[in-house]
Design a protein around this ligand. Structure first.
Ligand SMILES: [Zn+2]
Ligand SMILES: [Zn+2]
Length: 242
């Protein structure tokens, strides 16, 4: 049978590349917080822009809230400071849950950009040597499919051009902090972390990343270990504080 050579490559070769508008019609952009469809190339919908509780103005570095909303009264911690762009509430809470469920790259980029703005404002005079994150046990990572704190840390490292290292290990399985009363949380994680990279800890200014700060006990316990291993400073950054 004679093949018509002129028609042979027609099918694939002649398909046009999708334009931005056709791409947007097939995969509409979604708000990085509520997940509703939004205008093409927008990041957050107008409703979320209005309702997200952004932390602005003078901050309390002990709890991460504004000085006006601080209830910790400058409590001493093992970490040298904690900063966040958002209060963990409403659409931000929903956005973090959506990100954890869908793992969308758009969301992690958005959260990282917001964190960078807060980091640059609050820690403007600190030159960080290394970024690290709260570790999980193997079992926890398998159950949640990945470590969100690590994903955030990697994204921040790329954007800030700071190396990311796993400096800590979690030695034991623990009950989820959020399932426990405030009073039980310190005991639940006391002594469960250890430093696994002394060379990248000693004498270093460390940026410690987590997704949400609830009681702050995990950040504090990790900062304690990093200071035991002679870190010069441990400053924390999270997406949101309770
Ligand atoms: Zn929205
Ligand atoms: Zn405070």
């Amino acid at each position: 049978m004679k093949i018509n050579k002129s028609k042979k490559n027609l099918v694939i070769k002649d398909f046009p590349e999708p334009t931005d508008s056709t791409r947007a019609a097939i995969f509409p952009d979604r708000c990085c917080l509520c997940g509703n469809t939004i205008e093409h190339k927008a990041i957050v919908c107008n409703n979320c822009k209005t309702n997200a509780k952004i932390i602005r103005g003078a901050r309390c570095l002990s709890c991460g809230r504004t000085k006006k909303d601080c209830e910790c009264k400058g409590r001493a911690n093992f970490y040298d400071g904690v900063v966040a762009p958002f209060v963990y509430d409403g659409v931000v809470r929903q956005g973090i849950a959506n990100w954890k469920f869908h793992g969308a790259e758009r969301s992690v980029n958005f959260f990282a950009d917001m964190m960078i703005a807060a980091i640059k404002e609050a820690y403007s005079d600190i030159k960080f040597d290394v970024i690290t994150f709260i570790p999980q046990t193997q079992k926890e990572t398998e159950a949640r499919s990945y470590n969100q704190g690590e994903q955030l840390a990697m994204t921040l490292g790329e954007k800030l051009n700071i190396p990311v290292h796993s400096l800590l290990v979690k030695l034991y399985e623990t009950e989820r902090q959020r399932n426990l009363s405030f009073i039980s949380r310190s005991g639940n994680i006391f002594g469960v972390f250890d430093c696994c990279n002394k060379a990248m800890t000693e004498g270093k200014n460390i940026l410690l990343i987590d997704d949400v700060k609830t009681s702050g006990k995990s950040l504090n316990e990790c900062a304690k270990m990093l200071h035991i291993y002679a870190a010069a400073s441990v400053y924390c950054a999270v997406i949101a504080v309770v």
